[in-house]
Ligand binder design. Structure first.
Ligand SMILES: [Zn+2]
Length: 135
């Protein structure tokens, strides 16, 4: 398997490419308020791409209604498209999920998800771009 080719840009370059909400979430480790971002209630079939670099990260196939107000998935489309990092901010110990290609902050993963993986990838809607199936 080929290693994923990284996309590296400066903060100023990302800021020019992204909306202020996307930039704050994906490049500055922000969290959008629950039920306020895009995609949490998206139910159509399709792919969820990284809002920064366009890499397909999640699919409607693994999306589920977590009731949290953030788009939630049981698994990424492939194990190597996202990377886990320990996050000890806000007096909590959580696992941060980043896009492997461009290191965008996507959200966190928790082990209280449904079958079959038992994982809950709790993502920020602003970090993902929804591409409907067939488009
Ligand atoms: Zn990315």
């Amino acid at each position: 398997m080929n290693p994923i080719r990284k996309i590296i840009r400066t903060d100023a370059e990302w800021q020019a490419m992204l909306t202020p909400d996307q930039y704050r979430v994906a490049r500055k480790q922000g969290t959008e308020p629950a039920f306020m971002g895009p995609n949490w209630d998206q139910k159509a079939k399709g792919s969820y791409l990284c809002a920064c670099c366009g890499t397909p990260l999640f699919s409607s196939e693994t999306k589920f209604d977590s009731g949290t107000g953030w788009p939630s998935f049981t698994a990424p489309v492939a194990s190597d498209v996202v990377e886990n990092h320990e996050d000890r901010s806000h007096m909590m110990r959580r696992v941060e999920v980043r896009c492997t290609t461009c290191e965008a902050h996507l959200g966190h993963v928790f082990n209280d998800g449904p079958r079959p993986t038992g994982m809950r990838y709790c993502m920020n809607g602003h970090a993902l771009h929804f591409k409907p199936e067939g488009s």
